[in-house]
Design a protein around this ligand. Structure first.
Ligand code: ZN
Length: 415
């Protein structure tokens, strides 16, 4: 590849991330919640940086900010991230992707004298986190076409503000958000860099990883129904204890994940009547199972269902399931996975392939049919959505270099 890294300055990315942190964080962490004044200020700051390049910049129908460096071909290489954060969030989640993408744009612009072989576009997705309205991936799902408008129309924040009104406040008309889809018209490939948000790369001692795809998710509520009875007068062998049956699900979920891979979590448990002097009549638990492989996910779910029926009948209680939400696994593009792996190997000599547990905007773009890949950089504590989120400066610089290589390989191959 000619002249790669000639003008790339990963240290500038680190400095800009630090600048952004000073501007948009307090002692509790990052405060760039989507559609708030701080988020607007964040975008103004980003726009000032973008203005130094010969880009066309606009906000689309869903509030996503697009910056386009026109190339010799209309076909576009997309690079994305999100400037919004959760309240009290980390300094890297989302904005690392955007600022690394900005540095890659600078390098491409300089190297190709303002006219790369194909068009390159940087997107800052609106409200990836869903922190305020409880709906993640808002901007990217509007763009991919997967946003359920009827569902989104009902969303309100804690203060009773409707999503539609919050959007109007930043100049976005709710009923038109899916017009964002037109932005993908010439999309040839989509690349996203992200902090891992988990401890896998940390535990392996590796700076960078290739992301295979995002987990499919099955989310259910399981309610066991028994009989309330006095805790003093009811002999142990006469009880129909809903909690006993529900509790047996916990080790079972670990066993299922051990057998088939993936992860499983019982994240909540509520009991009725929920008093110290009564056997539990109703016990409702929630189950969240995730896997990269659709068949393995289906098997894991089927086994959990079968186990719940077994525990119910053994305990003389009933069980009912209610699906809360589900999404299919999203697998990234094999050719881009290869480019990503090569880029990492050329940059630091070691690589690991891993799935992503959390969802990302990249999953939405992939679901829209655009070849997609993500790269992860190590998270120092394996923790995200927390002010202690961190990555070493050395690894931040490495990820910008590797991500730039990935962009260049993609540019050459897809032009
Ligand atoms: Zn993120």
């Amino acid at each position: 590849m000619r002249g790669v890294n000639s003008t790339l300055d990963p240290r500038r990315t680190v400095a800009e991330l630090q600048e952004l942190r000073r501007l948009t964080s307090d002692e509790q962490g990052a405060q760039r919640v989507a559609f708030t004044p701080m988020w607007v200020k964040t975008r103004e700051w980003l726009r000032a940086k973008l203005a130094a390049l010969p880009l066309e910049t606009h906000v689309d129908a869903a509030g996503n900010l697009w910056s386009t460096l026109k190339g010799r071909s209309e076909k576009s290489l997309l690079i994305g991230g999100h400037m919004d954060s959760v309240p009290n969030g980390g300094w890297l989640d989302g904005c690392l992707n955007v600022l690394a993408g900005l540095e890659v744009l600078r390098r491409i612009d300089a190297q190709y004298d303002h006219q790369p072989p194909m068009t390159v576009r940087l997107v800052d997705w609106a409200d990836e986190e869903g922190a305020r309205f409880g709906r993640s991936l808002f901007g990217s799902s509007a763009c991919s076409g997967n946003l359920d408008l009827a569902e989104a129309r009902k969303l309100v924040d804690r203060d009773g503000v409707r999503l539609a009104d919050a959007l109007a406040g930043v100049g976005v008309a709710f009923e038109n958000v899916k017009d964002s889809r037109r932005e993908l018209a010439n999309a040839a490939a989509y690349l996203e860099l992200h902090i891992e948000q988990g401890p896998v790369l940390l535990d392996l001692g590796l700076p960078l990883g290739v992301v295979l795809g995002t987990f499919g998710v099955e989310r259910h509520a399981i309610t066991f129904h028994g009989q309330a009875a006095h805790s003093g007068s009811t002999p142990m062998n006469r009880r129909r204890d809903a909690f006993l049956a529900a509790a047996r699900m916990s080790p079972e979920i670990y066993e299922i994940a051990r057998r088939h891979g993936g992860v499983g979590t019982i994240g909540s448990c509520t009991t009725k009547p929920g008093i110290v002097t009564s056997v539990v009549e109703d016990c409702r638990i929630t189950l969240d199972q995730r896997h990269l492989d659709a068949a393995a996910l289906a098997t894991s779910l089927a086994e959990a269902r079968a186990a719940s029926g077994r525990f119910a009948s053994e305990g003389g209680v009933d069980v009912a399931w209610e699906r809360l939400w589900n999404i299919e696994p999203v697998l990234f593009d094999p050719r881009l996975l290869q480019f990503c792996e090569e880029s990492i190997l050329e940059t630091c000599g070691k690589v690991h392939r891993l799935p992503s547990g959390p969802l990302h905007d990249a999953a939405e773009v992939a679901r829209a049919g655009v070849p997609t890949v993500m790269m992860f950089v190590q998270s120092l504590h394996g923790i995200s959505h927390n002010r202690i989120e961190d990555t070493s400066e050395e690894h931040l610089e490495l990820c910008v270099r590797a991500f730039d290589r990935l962009a260049e390989k993609t540019l050459q191959a897809f032009a």
